[in-house]
Design a protein. Structure first.
Ligand SMILES: Cc1ncc(COP(=O)(O)O)c(C=O)c1O
Length: 349
């Protein structure tokens, strides 16, 4: 999807849409093995939610912000709970002075769409070197970084981001860092720098905790921006059960340790399996997904072959002759089945 050509898309396509996949491939919905998202196949196990939590409206003071402050490593006054980081992605561009914004040429496309809709000019960058050039030549006022990036899994280190922020601050610009996939490598997070003028960080409870259906995320930013965002939001827009669940998941450090270790092991193994199976693609990985890049026809063929075998992966648009296929992690229940399908799908290669 290109917004730079001035044509606004109607709606973006995302992973996990099994109804759509069923229509495309003629596979019954319940047969799919869904590897089309970057959501952990192991979720934090939600206990029974007390009746009072269902019955009563949510108010601050229930301990969520303080649990988030401990988990993320910033002052509770520098963060705001929102109904998914998607909510912040849609709202924040309209709260920031208009100007050219540097946008990863490949990345979660909702950013591009939201900044475009809010009237900013989008300037593409492909990798850190291009971004640094745009910033040092003052060709952009704001910057969006997805760290690690989805789907490319590229990571920009803290020091380099702080240098970019310092340059943007001079002209009153903003650096928005989407850390939706950062939980596996928290040492790279910029959250401990918050609050800093011009810095916004987004975090998600959906990916690492495997709780995408909860619709909860956090924004870390200077209080003025948080107040603007909060004051335009409906009251109680994060549900009471979502707050109750997230407060406990964020405080469950032993589960988080196990989850990190499990994701590290499985993602590494998954990357090795895919590299062996699909020699036409070049793979790189994050803790929650593995992405293969290659010629458009190879990517399309893999997507089609797996789809026919009821394994849904995510195929990304062609950019400069190259496409990408993203593979979410199969949980242990699906791994043997997926391995057999991969073997079958690559038998003729
Ligand atoms: C990079 C990135 N950021 C943010 C989101 C939105 O996530 P959520 O609204 O569930 O927090 C997504 C969803 O896929 C994503 O890929």
């Amino acid at each position: 999807m290109k917004v730079t050509d001035g044509v606004a898309p109607v709606a973006l396509i995302h992973g996990g849409d099994l109804s759509r996949a069923s229509q495309t491939f003629g596979v019954a919905k319940e047969r799919w093995i869904d590897l089309s998202t970057g959501i952990s196949p192991w979720s934090w196990l939600v206990p029974a939610v007390p009746e009072i939590v269902w019955q009563s409206l949510p108010y601050a003071g229930d301990g969520l912000e303080s649990a988030a402050s401990d988990y993320y490593g910033c002052d509770a006054r520098s963060l705001l709970a929102v109904p998914g980081s998607q909510y912040a992605i849609q709202c924040i561009p309209a709260l920031i002075p208009k100007g050219a914004v540097a946008m990863p040429v490949r990345g979660y496309a909702e950013h591009r769409l939201s900044w475009f809709k809010a009237g900013h000019d989008i300037v593409d960058y492909d990798g850190l070197a291009q971004l640094q050039q745009l910033v040092s030549e003052r060709r952009v006022k704001h910057v969006v970084v997805i760290n690690p990036n989805n789907p490319t899994s590229e990571m920009i280190v803290r020091q380099q981001l702080m240098e970019i922020l310092q340059q943007l601050q001079v002209a009153g610009g903003w650096l928005l860092v989407d850390e939706a996939f950062m939980d596996g490598v928290p040492e790279n997070s910029l959250v401990p720098e918050c609050p800093k003028s011009g810095l916004v960080i987004l975090r998600s409870i959906g990916k690492f905790f495997g709780l995408a259906g909860l619709r909860l995320g956090f924004v870390m930013a200077p209080p003025v921006l948080l107040q603007k965002l909060d004051s335009q939001s409906p009251p109680w827009h994060v549900s009471h059960p979502a707050r109750w669940v997230a407060k406990q998941a964020l405080a469950d450090f032993s589960w988080q340790r196990i989850q990190r270790q499990r994701l590290e092991e499985v993602s590494l193994h998954w990357c090795q399996v895919l590299t062996e199976r699909f020699s036409a693609l070049e793979f790189s990985g994050s803790l929650l997904f593995v992405t293969g890049r290659g010629e458009a026809e190879s990517c399309e063929a893999i997507y089609q072959e797996l789809g026919k075998n009821a394994v849904l992966v995510r195929l990304f648009d062609e950019i400069k002759g190259q496409r990408m296929v993203r593979f979410g992690l199969p949980g242990e229940r699906n791994m043997p089945k997926v391995a057999a399908i991969l073997q079958q799908a690559t038998a003729g290669q």
